[in-house]
Design a protein around this ligand. Structure first.
Ligand code: PGA
Length: 251
């Protein structure tokens, strides 16, 4: 049985003071909820303080990006080993902002995914189409290519140690959420495509939806049969919103 999951993606937000206030409220709000998995993905400099804050709670933590390289002369990069030093169990790879703003293509994303898995960190692999691609009716093709790059490099079995997040680019940070059925259709497409390669893995694969998930739409999205939770940007910065979304996954 798949377990629901909610992951917060703080993006480039926060400060030591703000993070403490946010996490104190989130920790209190989620206390005792053990059916769903909760994760916070924070900027690198805060991982140490986040590890301290979350280590004896029911909330796991991770990063929003990682280098595909193990170590060496890669100025400004952060390795999987470094993330492990701070107890990260998850890392987001291939977020559309990384793809669009920092030139990460499908192959680079696949390499990052592989690097994370080799280190024993669960990659949260983001896929999704832009508005132009949706309007051109190539959503499925785009997602298939994004997934194929990973499967070619790592094999379909690797998906058993990963989480996928479907994030339509047009819904991220725009307040325009995909309708539950719209998201469900893509989730079902992803799951059935993987089922053709390995049915058991497809059945257990956790597929999150991301893109303007809020407290007032989370329950409807999470009620869909192939939506196993959410990857939450803006609303993960507001304790009451994030806690409500996590509670929606818990029920
Ligand atoms: P949003 O971001 O919830 O602010 O739309 C989601 C994401 O980028 O993961």
């Amino acid at each position: 049985m798949r377990r629901k999951m909610v992951a917060g993606n703080w993006k480039m937000h926060g400060s030591l003071v703000e993070n403490k206030r946010l996490l104190d409220a989130v920790i209190a709000g989620l206390d005792g909820l053990n059916e769903a998995r909760f994760v916070v993905c924070a900027p690198y400099p805060y991982l140490s303080s986040i590890q301290n804050a979350l280590q004896s709670t029911n909330i796991a933590w991770g990063a929003q990006n990682v280098s595909q390289f193990e170590k060496g002369a890669y100025t400004g990069e952060v390795s999987t080993t470094m993330l492990k030093d701070f107890g990260c169990r998850y890392v987001i790879v291939g977020h559309s902002e990384r793809r669009a703003l920092f030139g990460e293509n499908n192959f680079i994303v696949a390499e990052k995914y592989l690097a994370a898995q080799r280190a024993g960190i669960t990659p949260i692999l983001c896929v999704g189409e832009t508005l132009e691609q949706r309007e051109a009716e190539i959503t499925e093709q785009v997602i298939e290519e994004q997934l194929a790059a990973v499967i070619e490099l790592t094999g379909v079995e690797s998906l058993s140690q990963s989480v996928i997040a479907y994030e339509p680019v047009w819904a991220i940070g725009t307040g325009k959420t995909a309708l539950p059925q719209q998201a469900q259709d893509v989730h079902a497409f992803i799951r059935s495509g993987i089922a053709k390669k390995n049915a058991a893995i497809a059945k257990e694969l956790v597929i999150l939806y991301g893109g303007s998930v809020k407290a007032n739409n989370a329950a409807d999205l999470f009620a869909m049969p192939d939506i196993d939770g959410g990857l939450i940007g803006g609303a993960s910065l507001v304790a009451s919103e994030f806690v409500s979304i996590c509670r929606a996954a818990h029920h």
